[in-house]
Design a protein around this ligand. Structure first.
Ligand SMILES: CC(=O)N[C@H]1[C@@H](OP(=O)(O)OP(=O)(O)OC[C@H]2O[C@@H](n3ccc(=O)[nH]c3=O)[C@H](O)[C@@H]2O)O[C@H](CO)[C@@H](O)[C@@H]1O[C@H](C)C(=O)N[C@@H](C)C(=O)N[C@H](CCC(=O)O)C(=O)O
Ligand SMILES: Nc1ncnc2c1ncn2[C@@H]1O[C@H](COP(=O)(O)OP(=O)(O)OP(=O)(O)O)[C@@H](O)[C@H]1O
Ligand SMILES: N[C@H](CCC[C@H](N)C(=O)O)C(=O)O
Ligand SMILES: [Mg+2]
Length: 471
C-alpha cells in the first residue's frame, strides 16, 4: 500500500511498533517506552524485513536499502500512520471520548446502552470490555494501543457503527494511543488523585488530561463537569464548542438530587424529574454527563430521560447484594481516594446510622503507593469497621502493601483495624461480623474476575465470593 507521510510517499506492506511483529516490507516505528527504547530494536526490525524506519534519533549505521524518517514524536507519527493505513476509520463514525479520574467506564457503558436502545449501531471501548454492537471483545486495557484501537474501529465501521463511546485514560493520552483519531466529542468527569506512580505529580496528570481537549477539532463538542475545580481549566484552550454540567450552579445541564436510596435516586435534570436505579451523588454526575452528551448528539430530551430511568448499574459499580441475615453487601470498583470517599459518603448518607459500615479494601501492587495510607485513613474515617486485605498485589508482597496502608492510621485505629491478606477470608470475616441493617462494602476490584499475583491472573471475582458466602 502507498501512503504519503510528511510529504514522503511510502510503499508499505504493513506497520508496527514491535520489532517482533515486523514482516517483509513493513514500516517499523521506534517508540521510547517505559521499560525499554524501541530504537534499540531497529536492527532487529530490519532483520525481520522492515524497509522503512520512523525514529526520533537516527541509528549510527544506516542501511542503504532502508528508508529512515526522523521525527520529533514517533508515537504521534505511529498514530497518524496507523490511522491512514486503516483508512481513517474514526472519520467514518462519531467517536466520543470520556476522560477523567473516575466515571469513565460508567459514562461510556451507559451511553453505549442508551444509544443501542435508541436503535443505533454502537461501539464501546472500556475497562471492562470492548463491544461491537452486541459482540463482546475482551480487553487488557482501558484504552488499547493505537494499532489495536484502529483495528477495533475498522471492525466497528464494517459492522455499521454510527457511534463509538470510548474511555480515554491518561496513560493513553500520554503515550499517544489516540493520536490520529478524530473525535466528535470529549467529556471530562473529574480529576482527583490517581496514577501518580506514572505521572509523578498531580499537575502533570492534570496537564496530560487537558491535552485531550486541546486537540479536539472545531466541529466537536467538549462537555465538562463545572463543579470540578479543573472543569473550566480542561476546556480553556479547546477549539471545540464548550458545554458544562453541574449539581451546584447554573450550567447547560443542571441537576438536583431529591431523594437517595440503596435501590435508586430521585433527581431532576434541567427541571425534569428522573427516577434512576443508580445510587449516589457521583452517579448523578455520571447521568448528567450522559444526558448532556445525548442532547449534544441531537437526541430528544424526553426520550433520553425515559431510557435513563431504566438503566441498571454497570457491573462492579455499586452493585448491591442482599444477604438472608438482613445485611447488604455492596461491590464497587473504588480504588482511588476520591472514589472511596464518594462511595462511603453515599452509603453513610443513605444508611443514616441505621446500621454499621464494614469496609473491605486493599490497594493494587505496582501502582500509586502514595494513595495507600490515604485509602486506609478514609476507609476508617467513614466506616465503623475496616478489614485491610489484598487487591492485585502483582509483584509486591501483600503484607508490604498492607503495612503501607496501616501507616495512614494512628495506634488506636491500627488496633481496631483487621488485616487479612487472603481476600476471600477478608470478605468472609466481614460477612460474619455483619448484623441486620449493616452494609459490607467490598471495594477496589469491582468487575475484575482475576487476582493478579506475580504475573499470574488467578480467577477471582468479588461478587461470586460474596454470593457463595451469603447464600
Ligand atoms: C506503563 C504502560 O502503560 N505501558 C504500556 C506501554 O508499554 P511500554 O511503554 O512499557 O513498552 P516497552 O515494553 O517499554 O516497549 C517500548 C517499545 O519497544 C517495542 N519493543 C519492545 C520489545 C521488543 O523486543 N521489540 C520492540 O520493538 C515495543 O513494541 C514498544 O513500542 O505500551 C504498551 C503498548 O501500548 C502497553 O501494553 C503498556 O501497558 C502496560 C502493560 C500497562 O500495564 N499499562 C497500564 C498501566 C495502563 O495502560 N493503564 C491504563 C489506565 C488503567 C485505568 O486506570 O483504567 C489503561 O488505559 O489501561
Ligand atoms: N463521577 C464519579 N465521581 C467520583 N467517583 C466515581 C464517579 N463515578 C464512579 N465513581 C467511583 O469510581 C469507581 C470507578 O468508576 P468507573 O469504573 O466508572 O471509573 P473509571 O474512570 O472508568 O475508572 P478507571 O480509570 O479505573 O477505568 C466506581 O466504582 C465508584 O466508586
Ligand atoms: N485497571 C486499572 C485499575 C486497577 C484497580 C485495582 N484493582 C488495582 O489493581 O489497583 C489499573 O490497572 O491500574
Ligand atoms: Mg474505566
Amino acid at each position: 500500500m502507498r501512503l504519503v507521510f510528511e510529504g514522503k510517499e511510502l510503499s508499505l506492506s504493513g506497520v508496527h511498533s514491535d520489532s517482533r511483529k515486523i514482516k517483509a516490507g513493513y514500516l517499523f516505528v521506534a517508540i521510547v517506552g517505559t521499560q525499554m527504547d524501541g530504537h534499540s530494536c531497529i536492527e532487529k526490525s530490519i532483520k525481520n524485513g522492515a524497509k522503512t524506519i520512523i525514529c526520533q534519533t537516527l541509528p549510527v549505521t544506516l542501511r542503504p536499502d532502508v528508508t529512515y524518517i526522523c521525527v520529533k514524536d514517533s508515537a504521534k507519527a505511529l498514530g497518524q500512520i496507523v490511522s491512514l493505513w486503516n483508512g481513517e476509520p474514526s472519520k467514518k463514525l462519531r467517536l466520543i471520548g470520556v476522560t477523567g479520574t473516575n466515571g469513565k467506564t460508567t459514562v461510556t457503558t451507559l451511553l453505549y446502552r442508551v444509544f443501542r436502545k435508541l436503535g443505533y449501531k454502537v461501539g464501546l471501548i472500556s475497562t471492562i470490555c470492548n463491544c461491537i454492537n452486541d459482540r463482546i471483545v475482551p480487553t487488557t486495557h482501558t484504552t488499547p494501543d493505537v494499532i489495536e484501537l484502529n483495528t477495533l474501529l475498522v471492525q466497528m465501521v464494517s459492522e455499521g457503527c454510527d457511534y463509538v463511546f470510548m474511555e480515554v485514560s491518561s496513560h493513553a493520552i500520554d503515550q499517544k494511543r489516540i493520536a490520529g483519531l478524530q473525535f466528535k466529542g470529549g467529556i471530562f468527569t473529574n480529576l482527583t488523585r490517581d496514577h501518580l506512580d506514572y505521572h509523578k505529580t498531580f499537575d502533570i496528570y492534570r496537564d496530560v488530561k487537558k491535552t485531550f481537549f486541546d486537540l479536539l477539532p472545531t466541529g466537536a463538542f467538549a462537555l465538562a463537569n463545572k463543579d470540578d475545580k479543573n472543569g473550566a481549566f480542561m476546556l480553556q484552550n479547546t477549539k471545540a464548542h464548550k458545554k458544562f454540567y453541574s449539581l451546584q450552579s447554573l450550567a447547560d445541564f443542571k441537576s438536583r438530587i431529591l431523594e437517595s436510596h440503596f435501590n435508586g435516586t430521585l433527581m431532576t435534570i434541567n427541571d425534569k424529574e428522573l427516577s434512576t436505579l443508580l445510587v449516589g451523588k457521583f452517579n448523578a454526575y455520571n447521568l448528567l454527563a450522559i444526558y448532556g452528551t445525548a442532547i449534544l448528539l441531537g437526541q430528544n430530551s424526553d426520550e433520553i430521560l425515559v431510557l435513563l430511568s431504566v438503566l441498571r448499574p454497570v457491573i462492579g459499580r455499586f452493585e448491591t447484594l442482599n444477604a438472608s441475615r438482613g445485611f447488604t453487601v455492596i461491590v464497587d470498583y473504588a480504588h482511588t481516594p476520591d472514589a472511596l470517599i464518594n462511595v462511603l459518603n453515599t452509603i453513610n448518607e443513605i444508611l443514616a446510622r441505621k446500621g454499621k459500615i464494614i469496609t473491605v479494601i486493599g490497594c493494587g501492587g505496582n501502582r500509586d503507593k502514595g494513595k495507600r495510607s490515604i485509602m486506609a485513613r478514609e476507609a476508617v474515617r467513614l466506616s465503623q469497621k475496616v478489614i485491610l486485605t489484598s487487591d492485585n498485589p502483582r509483584f509486591e508482597e501483600p503484607g508490604d502493601i498492607i503495612e503501607d496502608m496501616l501507616a495512614g492510621l494512628d495506634d488506636i485505629q491500627q488496633k481496631e483495624t483487621i488485616c487479612i491478606v487472603d481476600r476471600k477470608e477478608a470478605i468472609r470475616t466481614a460477612c460474619l461480623l455483619a448484623q441486620p441493617n449493616d452494609i459490607v462494602l467490598i471495594a477496589g476490584k469491582g468487575h475484575e474476575d482475576y487476582q493478579e499475583i506475580k504475573g499470574v491472573k488467578n480467577h477471582f471475582n468479588d461478587k461470586k465470593v460474596v454470593m457463595e458466602i451469603i447464600n
